[in-house]
Design a protein around this ligand. Structure first.
Ligand SMILES: [Zn+2]
Length: 200
């Protein structure tokens, strides 16, 4: 006997395919939508249908965009000589929120992870090299995560760009703001000591 109505079951199934959403959360989300007025489901459905139709990858930096090129790449006030390399568009948004980076980006859409079948051809590394050779880029800031795949990606990019005439920098790693150093783990503290900078 079918306990859950098929339409609800189908929605739970689709929600549970999203990252970080388990079956329980998916069921909660689906039931929540069901309890709200029908126009919420309608608006949600319309927004989902329009997603792929109106958003594409910027051909320059590969972030998701409704325009070609994206708003960042087409902004004349941004410094095109500096390119910040990130794993995902979400990382780009996080850096944009700081308001301190005036340059351009390059979104890799992943990080190297041979165990998961992600090699250099699966992410936008070749496109990065082509871009650096084609444009007047003087500095590449590698802003991949401090994870095993993120570090592997950073060192691969550093190797690949070694022969190019470009300065390569990496985001500083270390103690978070407001943290007492005696509570930092030894790896974070070691990174902070290695990446120390001049006290201004
Ligand atoms: Zn762009």
């Amino acid at each position: 006997m079918q306990v859950i109505p098929p339409a609800l079951e189908a929605l739970i199934e689709q929600f549970s395919k999203l990252p970080g959403v388990g079956k329980k959360t998916a069921a909660r989300m689906a039931l929540n939508i069901l309890r709200k007025p029908p126009n919420l489901a309608q608006n949600l459905g319309n927004a989902l249908l329009q997603l792929h139709g109106s958003i594409q990858l910027c051909s320059n930096c590969f972030t998701f965009s409704e325009t070609e090129p994206c708003a960042i790449c087409s902004n004349p006030r941004r410094t095109r000589e500096t390119v910040c390399v990130v794993e995902q568009s979400g990382d780009l948004l996080a850096i944009e929120k700081t308001g301190v980076f005036p340059g351009h980006y390059h979104v890799l859409h992943g990080a190297l992870s041979p165990v998961d079948g992600v090699g250099p051809d699966e992410i936008k590394i070749r496109e990065l090299v082509t871009r650096i050779r084609r444009k007047d880029i003087t500095e590449v800031i590698i802003a991949t995560s401090s994870t095993v795949p993120g570090e592997a990606t950073a060192s691969y990019i550093t190797d690949v760009l070694e022969t190019e005439k470009v300065k390569i920098t990496r985001l500083a790693c270390g103690i978070p703001m407001g943290m007492d150093i005696k509570y930092a783990d030894k790896y974070t503290l070691a990174k902070a000591i290695e990446g120390r900078c001049d006290a201004l």
